[in-house]
Design a protein around this ligand. Structure first.
Ligand code: PFF
Length: 445
């Protein structure tokens, strides 16, 4: 046993665990996705529903996922089957989902690098829409940036848990927070910024529908990296003495803080006219260009986006790599290359589906949108339901209690509440939101 845990590697301490897990959580989901989903769904009204999902569903599920990993000290597939035979498929389903997410997530990550470079060299020009469309629908340019990003990711993974992931998080996360705070102070300092904020955060309940709840829940799961093995594998690397509940609360707080601040930065720029996924890429360069030293601010913004993306993609990659290493007996080097190869292939398809292959659609969506929607709207809720069912109903009650209260750090008085959330509230609420939201979504297709 001792030999095995030495071979597996792990985080050096509590802070490293928090930084790495917060790195997984904080990503494009917070800075790119959250602001535009919020603006499409009634601003403040959406944020209230979202916060409800984070607290009632996201936090308990994160605790559950950390616990499964920590208890079994295994890759996502073995983790579930060690606790209950026959449940390895749940880990496998998570790994398949995270692989599909990598397919499009790496493409957007590549865009951030191009935008950081183009901002630094002041080469976006005045045609922001045109630049975005020309770049993202081209064949080679987006691919090259995406490949560069995937390779950066690969070399961090090759460095191992402590030498790669932990070290990268230790440098990247403080830098990310420094840039975030600088940009927030700067945007709130401008009077126009403060005005625009009011309009965005004021709740508009007329825009709330069944789909709003599904979007809020999907966003909560996505931003906390739930159900896909990423948090599970990080939980398995926690050092003895790292409290699961405390770590989960820190991660959820940091993640929510970043999402709200990112929305403040973006909305204070007064960008209501640009909606959807283009918000960060089209509207922000435009706003920055009107500011003194705008290209530096723009570069910082895209650097922020890129760092956030990198700390998230390493957790996705690690979850799948750990499976090939531990379950398939590959060396870390081979396992990492295999995952990198799969990521390169899927990202190539997703990137080309924006341009040369855009005629190929399934239910009206290109491959890029299909990967995004299928994982966020269908896989995430299902994985959320099954994870809570597993922890609440399948895991032996005493074993789960021991894990959560002793190692997990949850006191005996709070434990029944968490258990109630996982056993009843999560499966029921997620199922209801999933079914009604899906009906809404299908009607809207
Ligand atoms: N939580 C990340 C974000 O908000 O961008 C996305 C993510 C990371 C999803 C890791 C899934 C995952 F396994």
């Amino acid at each position: 046993m001792a030999e095995q845990s030495e071979k597996r590697g792990g985080f050096g301490g509590k802070l490293a665990a928090i930084l790495a897990a917060a790195g997984s959580a904080i990503g494009l989901g917070n800075i790119w996705r959250f602001p535009y989903i919020t603006s499409e769904n009634g601003g403040g009204a959406f944020i209230l529903i979202y916060l409800g999902c984070i607290l009632l569903l996201g936090l308990p599920l994160l605790i559950a996922e950390f616990s499964v990993g920590h208890n079994s000290k295994s890759n996502p597939v073995d983790a579930f089957s060690k606790i209950r035979k026959g449940w390895g498929w749940l880990g496998a389903a998570g790994l398949i989902s995270v692989t599909l997410i990598m397919g499009y997530y790496f493409v957007i990550s590549g865009w951030t690098v191009n935008y950081a470079v183009a901002s630094a060299t002041d080469s976006i020009g005045g045609n922001y829409d045109g630049f975005f469309v020309d770049f993202t629908t081209a064949t080679w340019a987006p691919l090259l940036f995406t490949y560069a990003f995937i390779l950066a990711n690969h070399f961090i993974i090759m460095g191992g848990v402590q030498g790669g992931i932990e070290k990268a998080s230790k440098y990247m996360m403080p830098l990310l927070f420094a840039i975030l705070i600088t940009l927030a102070v700067y945007s709130l300092w401008m009077p126009s910024g403060r005005e625009a904020l009011g309009s965005v955060f004021t709740p508009d309940f007329s825009k709330v529908s069944g789909k709003t709840f599904l979007d809020a829940m999907g966003q909560a799961f996505f931003t906390l990296s739930i159900g896909m093995g990423a948090m599970l594998i990080y939980g398995s690397y926690f050092k003895k003495g790292t409290k699961i509940s405390g770590t989960a609360i820190s991660v959820v707080s940091l993640d929510t803080f970043v999402a709200i601040i990112a929305a403040i930065i973006i909305f204070s720029a007064g960008v209501e006219d640009v909606k959807g996924p283009q918000l960060a890429f089209v509207a922000m360069p435009k706003v920055f260009s009107a500011m003194p030293a705008g290209n530096i601010w723009a570069m910082l913004f895209f650097l922020l986006l890129g760092l956030a993306a990198l700390s998230s993609t390493i957790s996705m990659h690690e979850a799948v790599t750990s499976y090939f290493v531990e379950k398939r007996g590959m060396s870390r080097r081979r396992g990492a290359w295999l995952v990198t190869g799969i990521a390169l292939t899927l990202a190539t398809i997703a990137s080309l589906s924006m341009g040369p292959w855009s005629d190929f659609t399934v239910v009206g969506m290109n491959i890029f949108d299909l990967l995004d929607n299928f994982t966020a709207i269908i896989m995430l809720p299902i994985l959320g339901i099954m994870t809570s069912v597993f922890v609440g109903w399948i895991w032996r009650k005493d074993d789960m209690k021991a894990e959560l209260t002793a190692e997990g750090g949850i006191d005996k008085a709070t434990y029944p509440f968490i258990r109630f959330l996982l056993k009843w509230v999560c499966p029921v609420l997620v199922s209801v939101v999933f079914i009604f939201g899906l009906i809404d979504f299908i009607n809207g297709l």
